[in-house]
Design a protein around this ligand. Structure first.
Ligand SMILES: Nc1nc2c(ncn2[C@@H]2O[C@H](COP(=O)(O)OP(=O)(O)OP(=O)(O)O)[C@@H](O)[C@H]2O)c(=O)[nH]1
Ligand SMILES: [Mg+2]
Length: 203
């Protein structure tokens, strides 16, 4: 059995402890199609060691899971990712990454409970997987921002062209990002926070 004794003896690390100054917590979900970088984003931005539920992809998924564009991917999220980031001394975000594969989408119901907003990660090589994701958010009335994750061989489209292709209303913010980079992922979350703030202001 894999022994994690060093974890249990030392207990929580300093960065695992919630700052005593924190007064508000916001739940945010990171959604998107298969392999767009959700687990990567939660992992890059989280200040605590992220909880992941990745399982090795096996041959059994061939013909069931569409891995075109991400053929080198070896693991996939089967339940959720969880992480935390302090945006300021007072505000803490709890991040929940969803599974990307449609056969696990029934888990979204629980994961969306109490979520104030969402980040939709998009891969321009496989834009079509984002349509259903955005449709489901719109159905639930969850405000979201769209973050275009930059893969090296992905076609680069102007943001406005993507907005049209995704049929997004003008007010929904769109940003480019690299989910592997903490600063870039943090910027996406700040964009979401500013958007949620603007929606909360009186019209
Ligand atoms: N070049 C590049 N690669 C990335 C980026 N984000 C993620 N990747 C890679 O893309 C692959 C898929 O990333 P994941 O984070 O597992 O994607 P996911 O959306 O969680 O996937 P599922 O949970 O299976 O839906 C991994 O091999 C990452 O290293 C990025 O911004 N740029
Ligand atoms: Mg994942």
């Amino acid at each position: 059995m894999d022994s994690r004794s060093s974890d249990t003896i030392t207990g929580p690390r300093n960065e695992d402890v919630l700052p005593t100054t924190a007064t508000s917590a916001v739940k945010v979900v990171i959604v998107g199609g298969f392999g767009v970088g959700k687990t990567t984003m939660v992992g890059s931005v989280s200040e605590i060691r992220p909880l992941t539920t990745e399982e090795t992809m096996t041959q059994a998924g061939i013909g069931v899971d569409d891995n075109s564009g991400v053929e080198t991917k070896t693991a996939t999220t089967v339940a959720m990712d969880f992480g935390r980031i302090s945006i300021s001394e007072q505000l803490v975000l709890y991040l929940f990454g969803t599974p990307g594969q449609e056969r696990f989408w029934f888990l979204w119901n629980g994961l969306f409970e109490g979520a104030l907003g969402a980040v939709v990660l998009v891969d321009t090589r496989r834009l079509e997987v984002s349509f259903d994701v955005i449709g489901r958010l719109e159905e639930r009335g969850v405000p979201f921002v769209v973050a275009v994750n930059t893969f090296p061989d992905a076609p680069s489209h102007p943001v406005e062209a993507l907005r049209v292709a995704l049929d997004l209303p003008d007010e929904v913010p769109m940003v480019n990002c690299d989910a592997r980079l903490r600063a870039s992922s943090r910027d996406v979350l700040l964009t979401l926070m500013r958007y949620l703030h603007s929606l909360a202001l009186p019209a």
